[in-house]
Structures are given as C-alpha cells and as structure tokens.
Write a protein of this length. Sequence first.
Length: 269
Amino acid sequence: MNQSNTQAMNKIRVTIWNEFVHERTNPVVKNIYPEGIHGVIAKVLNQQDEFQARTATLEEPEHGLTAEICEKTDVLTWWGHAAHDEVSDAIVDRVQARVLQGMGLVVLHSGHYSKIFKRLMGTTCLLRWREAGERERVWVANPGHPIAEGLDRCIEIPNSEMYGEPFDIPAPEEQVFISWFEGGEVFRSGCCWRRGNGKIFYFGPGHELYPIYHHPLVQRVMGNAIRWARPQGVWLNPAAAAHAPIEQARERITSKGPQLHDATGSLQV
C-alpha cells in the first residue's frame, strides 16, 4: 500500500450535518455563510491533514445519512434550528445505533433541541435563550481536557445568542466550558457524555446570525472535539450480544439443568 493510501486510511472521517435552511432563506445568514455553516466547517477541517470531511444536509435523500455514509463516518457533527421536526425518525434510529456502536457525535448550538440529542440525553434539553447580539465569554472550566487544548482562559465572542440555565440535560460526565453573557446569565456550553461505545460533545456557541464558525478559536474547539470523540478501541458489534451456542464456547462445557431457549437461542413459551 502506498503512503497516500495509508494516510487516507488514518484520517478521521467526519460528516458535517446541517439542515441548511436559514443560509438559503435569510439574507443576513446567507451573507455570512454563502456555502452554509457545513461548508465553512468542512473547509476548515479539510485544510488539516488528519481529517477527511464530507457534508450532508436535510434535503438530500435520507438527509445525506445513508447506511453507507454512516458506516464510513467516525465522527458526526450536527447543526439544526428551524427544521428539527423534519428529520426522519428512521434516520435518528440509524444515527443513534451508530453512536452506540462507537461513532462520535458533536452537537452544535441549537442542535440541543434536535431529535437525536434529545433521544441520547433522555431529557427535554430545554434552556433559556435571548437573541440580543450580546457578548459571550466562553470560560475554560477544565483546562486539562483535550477539547481545551491550545486555548487560553476563555474565548471572547463579540456577538452571540444567549443560552442560559436551567439547561435540562443529564449532569455532564465532563464539563469543559461554561459561558458568561453580557446580560449576566451563565450556561454549561461545553459538555461531554458517553452513550454505549460512543462519545458525545455539546458546544453552545454558533448562532447563525453571527460569524461564530469563522472564529479561529471556535474552529480549534471543533477540531479538538472531533479528535476527542473519534472512535477508540473496538467498535461495538451488535452481533456480540447474540446467542452463543455451547459448541462455540472457548472451553469445553456440558449443558446442565432446564433451559428456556432451544439450540438456536429461540425462547420457548
């Protein structure tokens, strides 16, 4: 195998999912993100040798998240706002299954109210919000965390949408960032969880009316989060939970006592 093929195999395969609605319908958003939020994120990632980023949007067949694409995705990022209800439950099922097997998921800004995030959190994921273009200071609460690598004490975002507490999520397993807003509110804006074999990171900044994804430190967080969320170890194989007949046991054993299942593993009533 030549060197270029080896390097391609070692890249983190990222799918950038975006509903891609406001960039096409709102002139302010379109001016900031003429190629969509997904286009900006993918371009930044593909400028770095370690990533291989593709994009997917709501209006593509199967929302661009076919079984084949999901099988070839190590980390999925998710941005949505106006069209959460238009996402097919079947695609949510597919993404959830892939996360449980080991795919990383990075949920961005208003993706907190997406079907997939609410499914994986098991809560409403509701929060307080205000659209006033106020300053946001993203404080690094856990400077030793990989997602905070290369950052100073905080990220200054001149204009942002306020997200505030209470934020109805399960207690984060790791708290990386806490945001303060000009109006005085605070928000758990960088949170980590594990579900099954997969890792999930939620990052709060990213309102589409402001050029937040053009901010170099926000771009650094994105790269760090994808590195952290990438699959490590062995992907979980759903077949591993299947019936294990006696003849497949590693050591020789003899069946003892009554059984509720037949030799194929089928439950007998």
